[in-house]
Write a protein that binds this ligand. Structure first.
Ligand code: SF4
Length: 281
């Protein structure tokens, strides 16, 4: 799907977390006239191999769309330091630790993006993070607006979550690399623990259903035995009937063959002097 630029609009720096999440926001913003440059600023991503893999996926796709991609500084130690201080900061006291961590993470990435956007003369700042239903959409909005305001930009916040399914479908169709955790080392462990928990729950559910089935079968054992013996009896009768029919068909075939052979025998010619006419004398 080619990005469609309908009319010249604001120059917008689109902060992007990965290729799959960029598909739908870039399409929708381009259709609304935004002149996009994608900005990959994600010091949260751990390990660095994962960071490179996501960037490579994004760039490979962006080339096919003539969509420029800029890479921000990758500073994992700065991210670690920012998160550690944010969790101790008084303005994060109302957030539960997980939310406080993500808020600080968004803030760092949007600040970096906004500073770049302002320096390069962009009009707007937007982000692909709001595609994911697993993110804190309200906090993303707050932090995007905060960073944009600080750097004199317009915040182009969109709730892209309704397009998440389409983004998933398109990224699968394009064979894009799709990560299974948000990005930081915490989320890697959390996502693995959630997968493990889902697997455990599935197993428990299967065991519960198997036990339920066994208990029901025990309770209805006589009834089931009767059903099974009736089924077996019906099967035997069906088999006996089929064999009887086959025997009948075999007899009929033999009779037909005998008739055909008899009809093929030559007819004996009558002897002179034995005609009916002779008997009259
Ligand atoms: S879970 Fe995602 S948004 Fe939250 S801190 Fe980790 S990388 Fe950042």
């Amino acid at each position: 799907m080619e990005l469609i630029q309908l009319h010249k609009g604001p120059r917008t720096l689109l902060h992007a977390c990965c290729g799959p999440c960029t598909l739908e926001p870039s399409r929708l913003l381009s259709e609304d006239g935004h002149q996009l440059t994608v900005y990959y600023a994600n010091s949260n991503i751990h390990p660095d191999g994962e960071y490179a893999k996501r960037l490579d996926t994004l760039k490979t796709w962006a080339v096919t769309q003539d969509l420029p991609v800029q890479e921000g500084e990758y500073e994992p130690s700065n991210w670690e330091h920012t998160i550690a201080s944010a969790l101790r900061a008084p303005d994060c006291a109302d957030d539960v630790p997980h939310e406080a961590r993500c808020r600080a993470c968004y803030r760092l990435r949007f600040e970096q993006s906004a500073a770049y956007a302002a320096a390069q003369g962009f009009d707007c700042l937007s982000t692909t993070l709001s595609v994911s239903p697993y993110q804190y959409t309200d906090i993303i909005r707050q932090e995007l607006e905060r960073a944009a305001k600080k750097w004199g930009l317009q915040a182009e916040f969109r709730d892209f979550r309704p397009n998440y399914a389409e983004a998933t479908r398109r990224s699968r169709e394009l064979g894009m690399y799709r990560q299974n955790y948000c990005g930081c080392r915490f989320s890697d462990g959390e996502a693995a623990a959630e997968r493990e928990e889902r697997r455990r729950l599935r197993q428990e559910e299967q065991q519960r259903r198997a036990l339920q089935k066994a208990a029901w079968e025990l309770e209805h054992a006589d009834e089931l035995e009767k059903q099974r013996s009736e089924q077996a009896q019906r099967k035997r009768e069906k088999q006996a009937y089929a064999e009887k029919q086959e025997r009948k068909r075999a007899i009929l075939r033999s009779l037909r063959n005998a008739d055909e052979k008899h009809a093929e025998l030559p007819t004996a010619s009558a002897s002179p002097g034995t005609s009916c006419a002779d008997d009259n004398h």
